[in-house]
Structure formats: C-alpha cells, structure tokens
Design a binder for this molecule. Structure first.
Ligand SMILES: NC(=O)c1ccc[n+]([C@@H]2O[C@H](COP(=O)([O-])OP(=O)(O)OC[C@H]3O[C@@H](n4cnc5c(N)ncnc54)[C@H](O)[C@@H]3O)[C@@H](O)[C@H]2O)c1
Ligand SMILES: N[C@@H](CCO)C(=O)O
Length: 781
C-alpha cells in the first residue's frame, strides 16, 4: 500500500550532493510501497527546451553543443554517484539515448514532449539505482505507463488500474514526474509544475495517505520570505486559500496540483529538502484550519474583459498557456488576469470575445478571511497611495482584494504592506464545553466582549461542545448565528475526535473553557494540556480531584507555561480567589475562612419560612439556574465541601475532599437513586427541614448552611454543615442567594475582611468566566 508520495523538484536534484541529500530523506521518511516522484535534475528541462528550439531553427551546431552539455551534466552525476558496475551500464544507456536524439534530430523526426521527457527519465533511473546501491529495494517507473490522457483528459479508471499493477508494494517506486502518454502511447507533458501534479495524481490513484512536496522553500508563507524578512510561515493552509493563491500567481503551489485532492482525505505537505528538520506547511481540507492572511505580488499582468465566458473555458485557457488563470466579476463584467506574455494566445483563442482593458500591470493580491476583506482593502489602498502607487484598477471580492498598479511592488513596499495587514501571532482560539445555564449566557456575552478584546488580541470562538455533539470552525464561529450553525453543523463525537480537532487548531494560544458539571470532562484536562491548551473552569471537579492528580496537572501546566483559572468555581463572579491570592502575595497569612459558599443553599435557607415546602423551593432554585444539574450535589453539602477544598488549595494546603467534615442538608437516603426517586420521596426532605427549622426557632435562630476552615498552630480543621444563626446577625440577614466569605488573617485578625454578594446565577457566573478570560489574555500578552 502506498502510504506517502514524495516529490522532489529539479533544484533538489541539481548535483550529486543534492541526490545524496534526497536519498537521506528517502531513507528517513519512506517505507516499501511508497512513491518518489522526481523532476528533471537542475535546469535539464530548460536545456532540453533550448535543444528543441535549436532543432526547430535547424541549428545543427547548437543541437550538438546542447547534447554535449546534457551528456556532461548526466555523466558527472552518474560518475559521482554510482559504483563502477552500475556506472558502466548507466553511461551506456545514456550514450544510446543521446545518440538516438542526435539521429532523430538529423532525420527531422524529433518529438517535443518525448524529447523533454528524457530529463525525468534520467532522474528516476539514476535515483533508483543510487538507492539500490545504498541497499534499498527501489525501482524506477516511467509515468507514461501510469497516466494516459485521451484528448487532454485523464482516463482515471485506466490510470488507477495501471497504478495498482505497476506500483510495487515491496520497494520504493521512483516515478518520473511531468510526463504521461496519450492513447497512442505518444508522450505528453503535464505542463508547468507538472511534477507536483504527477505527485498528487499518483496520490489520488493509489489512495495514499499523504503527498509530500519537498522543495527549496520551507512551506507556505504570508508573503514572499525572500522579500519580507518577517514573513510568517503557516503550519496549515486550507485548500480553498491555497487554490486561490495559486490562481493569483503565487508560485508555491499550482491550482492544478490541488485538483486531484478534491474530495479526498489525502494530506498535502510542503516542506524543505534543504532544511529537513524545519517545520512544514500542511494543506488541509476546508474547515480544518483557520483562514489566514497572505499578500502575493503580481508582475507583468494584462487585464482582459471577456464577453460570454463559457463553462470550462478558463480550464482550456490555462491548459493552452500552461499557467493558472484567475477570473472575477466586477459590475457584471467578467475579467481575466493574464500573464502579459500569454495575452496574444488568449486573445486569439477567444476570437473577438476578449478586450484588453489594461496592460503591463503589477500590484498585489491580499487573500484573507472574508470578515477582514473590507478593512484590508482600505488599509492596503492607503499604504500604496502613501507610497505613490495609487492603484490603476482595484477589485474587492469575498475572500481577497486585488490592487493593480503601474510599478511593481518592491520589497520595501511589500514589507510596509505586510507590517500593516498581516497579523503577527497573538491569536487565541476558544473552545467552550457546556452550553447549559451558564454556557449559553457566556456565549451571548462573548460577542460584545470580543469586540473589546480584539483591540489587544485576536480572539476567536472555534469550538462548542455538549456532552455528545461538537461544532468546530477553525476560522471562527459566527457569534450571532451560533445556534443555527450548531443545528446545522454540530456532529456526534468521541473523545479522540475532540482531541484530534483541538490538535489541528493552528493558533498560537488555545483555551478550553469548561462550563460543564462533568467529572468525566474534567478528566480530559491532562490531554488538553498535552495539546498546549490553557484552561478555564467553572466546573469544580478538577480543582477538587485527588491531590496526586491535581498536583500533576499543575506541574504539567507549569512545565508548558500554560495557565489555569477557575475563579467562578467558588463564589461565582465574586473576587474571593483574587483577594486570597493578593493577601498571600503581599505577605499576609490567612488563619480562618468562614461563611456561606453556596448560592443555592443561601437562597433556600433565607427563603424558607415554612409557608412553602422546602422541596418546592429546591425546584425554584433549579429553575433559576442556581443549583448543580442534580440539586442533590448542593443539598448533600458536597458542592460546598468542594468549594472549601478549592479555597484550601488556594492557600497552599494539600487537603483531600474527605478531610473536610460534612453534614448534609437532606436525609441520607435521598442521595440514593435517580432524580425522579428523589421527587417521589421529597416529603422526607420537607419533614427533615421542618424539624431542623423548628429546632432552631426554639432559640430564636434560623437555619443556615455554612463552611469554615481554620489554620491554628500548623493544624488545619475544615467542615461544612448546618448552622443555626441568631436573628439579626449578618448571617441571618444574608440576602437570599448571596455568598459571604469572612476572612481572618494576620492583618485582619480582629476585624475580618468580608466579601459578600451573589454567589450563583447564570449572569454573574458567566461574567466571572469572562473575567477569567480577560485575565488569561492579559497574561498572554
Ligand atoms: N449555575 C451557577 O450559578 C454556577 C456558578 C458557578 C459555577 N457553576 C458551575 O458551572 C458549571 C455549569 O453550570 P450550569 O448551571 O450551566 O449547568 P447546566 O447543567 O445548565 O449545564 C451544563 C452543560 O454541560 C453539558 N455537558 C455535560 N457533560 C458534558 C461533556 N462531557 N462535554 C460537554 N458538555 C457537557 C450539559 O449538556 C449541559 O448543557 C457547573 O460545573 C457548575 O458547578 C455554576
Ligand atoms: N450550585 C452552585 C453553583 C455555584 O457554584 C451554588 O449554588 O452555589
């Protein structure tokens, strides 16, 4: 089975040293069954083209000179690479082939494509022989036996069968790029950059997993890295943008190269054959990478207006001039950008339907996410005008802009444009898990918040998760339409799918915001950290997990410079964690924390006067979004126990949950069974509370549920449970739903520091999550 198709261009094979470097790459990156597509070595194709031109001009002397030049180049490669036995056979074969070309030239029977094909045939044969010499099973394959075209159209079925028959599963198949055959077995060529196209065709016919284009650049950059030092190399580029760039003349990839990959899962990777350790650019399917910004320059372009462009005509024209072409519609007219050298051919092919509107233009195209296009259009026009390069023609489309000028854009102007238009890192991708009470409000508030944050940082919501379905959109989910996008695009997922999608996000920073109440989800935190995600949690499970797990998570975060914030897990939006951290960072030491840390239990106890059954109040609290998904988590005291543990760990204590004594606010037996069985037995709760309230009332007290943590002489005691508060006390007067934190420390010993306010509710909690997000961004800057 073909796993990877590798492709090496002419510059990667320009000398014996380069062949050796390629062989080393093959040794390290291929296994039996893989294919290696090669172009002609160095400038061999150009030399063969010159030979053809001299032949057409009947310049016999030039033909002989060029043949000698080819002989010298190939001979040097063979002599430097092959052992004496292999060398003898290779030189013999080369001699015969060159003699045949000379003979055909004399007999006036040379064929252009067959002549050009020699370059690739020589490369494939030499590389395969050299690999054998290194002990690898390798064979050369002439692509004219693999790819057949009829009338310019590839015969896919026939070609697929040929590949299945001729590509060996037991050796490295070194395949000639650029060439194919017609139905009469005549050689045809696949056009400019044909070897890249050969590689993707072969990949699709063989159902390969990946096509790797090894080239002399390191990948796809935001602009030409030779002209702009600060050009950004992108690790991922979507096929749509790569295609558009190719049509606009960007030289890294050609539109044709991408076409065989349409509707396949084959990965396309562009990487450097010179710096093999450098990271590569992966061209991924739509939706698997965020849209990026690029500037590509245009040189010597003519602008044609075309009447009645027919379907498929652009393809025909590209084939004719062997160049990717781009057309667009402006005010109802169809325009075509044509390299000036090919205008004549295009105009005559279109027989009176093409008018040259502007000729000899230069300029640039800026490819960008659609939301950014309008702003970039203004900025780019301004930069060019300031540089006295006022555009002669401009066009704004859905995902790019085109600015055509009289003079070419030199590297100084390109650098100015790049500085102004291209993001320089600092992007944060947000994944939100849990779209319940708090999650929904958080997303509603996010759009307003992002407008503010965008001034400092580029922040995008890229993922939404419920327990079974997920929605990922690497370029950003439209916040105004997230619900309809969810309805239409969310898909079921397994844990591995989620981790894969997160790993594919090509952002400088990622944060998973956990607004679930799921312990299972919190168990994924170590996996998120391994994928370099920051964490924000409203969920309390990770913060209260056993100490070994918790400490190991903290260590992993620290090792990777990642941040974790979970302020809302205690006191919702109240700044309790800020206060504790601040006191400790200022040198204070906390001795005692006491109070009511549950919005639900605060509201229930303060609202209860016996007139409404307690269980009815529980259902109301649930409706108001105060309770945990299962309110028994609150009634059992467990939720408050978790909060006290989180506070204790903020103080640097290494308690476990069960180190905090707990007395529940419900009869033990109600903890068993599902929610319905609780409802069936709610009378037990009502009787339990009525009894406790009556007991408290005997001393003119009221029911409250409180927690306390004391550190005295190195000893820690902590508990949560029912308390009777004296009428008129701060605790008895607590506003229903409010939390209160009474903090004693070295500095606040007699007169405690008190923090009080709403401790639950979807709005305040969502606002608290935003505060954590803001804090994170401040710390990333
Ligand atoms: N409600 C509050 O006032 C408040 C205050 C502070 C903290 N919190 C915490 O915020 C969290 C959410 O509270 P809520 O009131 O919004 O709860 P909720 O039950 O309304 O929402 C939780 C959501 O998480 C989803 N979910 C469950 N498991 C998931 C998984 N594995 N992956 C993705 N999504 C999953 C559920 O489908 C649900 O939509 C809880 O941990 C809670 O303790 C809530
Ligand atoms: N159920 C929790 C939510 C806030 O953590 C409470 O009532 O306090």
């Amino acid at each position: 089975m073909v796993n990877i198709v590798h492709k090496f261009g002419g510059s990667s094979l320009s000398s014996a040293e380069r062949y050796q470097a390629v062989a080393n790459i093959i040794l390290a990156h291929t296994e039996a069954g893989d294919c290696v597509v090669v172009s002609a070595a160095g400038k061999t194709t150009n030399t063969l083209v010159k030979l053809w031109q001299s032949y057409q001009q009947s310049d016999q002397q030039a033909v002989s000179d060029i043949l000698l030049q080819l002989d010298n180049h190939q001979r040097t490669l063979i002599e430097q690479l092959l052992s004496p036995t292999a060398r003898y056979a290779a030189l013999n074969m080369l001699e015969q082939e060159l003699a045949l070309i000379a003979q055909q030239a004399q007999q006036q029977s040379l064929q252009e494509a067959a002549l050009l094909a020699h370059g690739e045939v020589w490369s494939a044969r030499l590389l395969a022989t050299y690999l054998q010499q290194l002990g690898l099973a390798a064979n050369d394959v002439d692509a004219r036996q693999l790819f057949t075209l009829n009338d310019g159209q590839l015969l896919h079925q026939k070609n697929q069968q040929a590949c299945a028959q001729l590509i060996s599963a037991n050796s490295i198949n070194v395949v000639t790029g650029f060439i194919a055959a017609d139905c009469q077995a005549n050689t045809v060529t696949l056009g400019r950059n044909g070897s890249d196209y050969s590689a993707t065709l072969l990949g699709s016919y063989c159902n390969a997993q990946q096509v790797s284009i090894w080239t002399d650049t390191q990948g796809v950059f935001s602009t030409d890295p030779r002209k702009v030092k600060k050009a950004i190399k992108y690790s991922k580029v979507c096929r749509g943008q790569a295609n558009l760039l190719a049509r606009l003349g960007n030289p890294v990839l050609h539109a044709k190269t991408l076409s065989p990959l349409k509707n396949t899962d084959i990965k396309l990777v562009v990487r450097s054959s010179y710096e093999t350790e450098a990271s590569a650019t992966e061209i991924v399917k739509e939706g698997y990478s965020k849209a990026k910004r690029f500037i590509t320059t245009l040189e010597n372009i003519d602008l044609l207006r075309i009447d009645q462009l027919r379907g498929g005509e652009i393809g025909e024209l590209s084939q004719l001039i062997q160049h990717s072409l781009h057309h667009f519609i402006e005010n109802g007219d169809t325009y075509l950008l044509v390299p000036a050298s090919a205008t004549h051919q295009v105009v005559s092919h279109l027989q009176g339907r093409a008018n040259i509107i502007e000729s000899n233009l230069h300029g640039c195209a800026v490819v960008a996410p659609s939301n950014d296009v309008a702003q970039l259009f203004e900025q780019a026009t301004q930069v060019l005008t300031e540089q006295s390069l006022t555009p002669r023609f401009s066009h704004q489309d859905a995902d790019y802009i085109l600015l055509l000028t009289d003079q070419s854009i030199d590297s100084d102007v390109l650098t100015l444009l790049h500085d102004k238009l291209i993001n320089k890192g600092q992007e944060l991708a947000i994944i939100v898990a849990g779209l319940g009470n708090v999650g929904e409000v958080f997303i509603e508030q996010l759009s307003q918040q992002l407008n503010r944050l965008q001034h400092h940082f580029s922040v995008k919501l890229v993922g939404l998760l419920r327990s079974r379905a997920m929605l990922f959109s690497p370029s950003g989910i439209a916040l105004e339409q997230w619900q309809s996008q969810w309805q239409n695009e969310a898909i079921d997922y397994q844990q591995d799918d989620l981790l894969t999608r997160i790993s594919e996000l090509d952002y400088e920073h990622k944060v998973v915001i956990d607004i679930t109440a799921s312990e299972a989800f919190s168990e994924l935190y170590p996996a998120f950290v391994n994928l370099d995600c920051h964490l924000i949690s409203a969920n309390k499970y990770a913060g209260t997990a056993n100490n070994d797990w918790y400490q190991s998570l903290r260590r992993n975060l620290a090792e990777r410079n990642l941040l974790w914030r979970y302020n809302t897990s205690v006191g919702a939006g109240l700044p309790i964690n800020f206060a504790l951290a601040d006191l400790q960072n200022s040198g204070d030491s906390i001795t005692h924390i006491e109070g009511v840390f549950s919005g639900t239990l605060s509201w229930l106890c303060s609202s209860y006067d016996g007139s409404v059954p307690f269980s009815d109040l529980v259902l109301q609290a649930q409706q108001m979004g105060y309770t945990e998904p299962d309110p028994r988590e609150d009634l059992s005291g467990r939720d408050m126990q978790r909060k006290l543990l989180i506070l204790a760990r903020e103080l640097g204590l290494t308690l476990e949950l069960d180190d905090i004594a707990l007395t529940p606010l419900m009869p033990e037996q109600l903890a068993q069974g599902d929610w319905q069985s609780f409802l069936d037995n709610k009378q037990l709760l009502d009787d339990f509370i009525a009894e406790k309230a009556a007991d408290a009332a005997k001393d003119n007290k009221v029911l409250r549920y409180t927690g306390a943590l004391t550190i005295a002489e190195g000893k820690v005691t902590a508990k949560v449970g029912l308390a009777y508060a004296t009428q008129g006390d701060a605790l008895a007067n607590l506003t229903p739903g409010d939390n209160i934190f009474v903090i004693n420390s070295q500095w606040y010993s007699d007169n405690a520091l008190v923090i009080q306010g709403p401790g639950a509710g979807k709005e305040v909690t969502a606002a608290g999550v935003h505060s954590d997000l803001y804090w994170l961004i401040q710390n990333l800057k």
